[in-house]
Write a protein that binds this ligand. Structure first.
Ligand SMILES: Cc1ncc(C[n+]2csc(CCOP(=O)(O)OP(=O)(O)O)c2C)c(N)n1
Ligand code: SF4
Ligand SMILES: [Mg+2]
Length: 251
């Protein structure tokens, strides 16, 4: 009999996320991968500042809290302190990774640091109450763009996968979503590959997960998942942006 159990790498505690928030889904996928690869004892996660700030309470492996945006720099130090034994991942939102932490992200990718980055793009600053993020869509209503994001004054959204894949450094860049079961399964495969790459010493792997924030988008969980499909994915196409292991790039 197959039993749907909680992965060991995910602590048996209630998560604080809002109903319908995909952070919990992605936590589970990361934990399943850690279990499957048998690396819990040597994995060190770097928690961000954002709604997933308390990720250090949710993963059973060692966790370190980084200042806002600095997770790739902290990950670099921890990985380099024992590259053979440490498996290091960061878990970061779009405000954390693509705004205040953009420099750390770009330079860790350019250096091809042998770390795994899980990037949650929900097109908003969730934790602080729904301000515009670098990834908010043109026309998107947020607390700081009440008439919709005006690209003339706020600029255009930053497409992290497209941008990083132009660098020579990174090993593997893929964008996935968790808006339905087939996409959750693809996301799991991508996250697993991103960890396997690190075990194999291949270098910087980043998985962008097109996520949702029903609370700050002002939607029900179901409406939010529909908006991911109707608006987010057309602007942020899913697929492999860079893969030096030779696999065909789909974007
Ligand atoms: C140095 C610093 N600047 C600003 C903040 C305020 N702050 C906390 S979380 C956050 C944005 C989080 O958004 P994101 O990374 O997209 O994560 P989400 O909550 O959407 O998952 C900001 C600006 C902070 N904590 N520290
Ligand atoms: S505010 Fe948004 S990102 Fe944060 S827990 Fe709630 S739904 Fe998730
Ligand atoms: Mg966000």
């Amino acid at each position: 009999m197959v039993v749907f159990e909680r992965p060991h790498a995910l602590c048996d505690v209630p998560l604080h996320y809002c109903p319908g928030c995909p952070h919990g889904i992605v936590h589970r996928l990361v934990a399943e991968v850690i279990d499957e690869l048998g690396i819990e004892g040597r994995t060190i996660g770097i928690a961000p500042v954002g709604c997933s700030v308390m990720a250090y309470d949710y993963f059973n492996c060692d966790m370190v809290e980084a200042a806002h945006g600095r997770a790739p720099a902290v990950a670099t130090g921890i990985k380099r302190s024992d590259p053979e034994n440490h498996i290091v991942f960061t878990y970061q939102g779009d405000g954390d990774l693509a705004s205040i932490g953009m420099a750390e992200t770009v330079h860790a990718a350019a250096r091809n640091e042998n770390i795994t980055v899980v990037f949650i793009n929900n097109a908003i600053y969730g934790m602080t109450g729904g301000q515009m993020a670098p990834t908010s869509l043109p026309g998107q209503v947020t607390q700081t763009s009440p008439y919709g994001r005006d690209v003339k004054t706020a600029g255009y959204p930053i497409k992290v996968c497209e941008m990083l894949s132009q660098l020579d450094g990174p090993e593997y860049i893929e964008r996935v979503a968790v808006c339905d079961v087939p996409n959750v399964n693809k996301a799991k495969k991508a996250i697993r590959k991103a960890f396997q790459n690190q075990i194999d010493g291949k270098g910087f792997s980043l998985i962008e997960v097109v996520s949702a924030c029903p609370t700050n988008w002002g939607m029900t969980p179901k409406e939010a998942l529909e908006w991911v499909k109707s608006d987010m994915i057309p602007y942020y196409p899913l697929g492999v942006y860079k893969d030096r292991s030779g696999k065909e790039e789909t974007k």
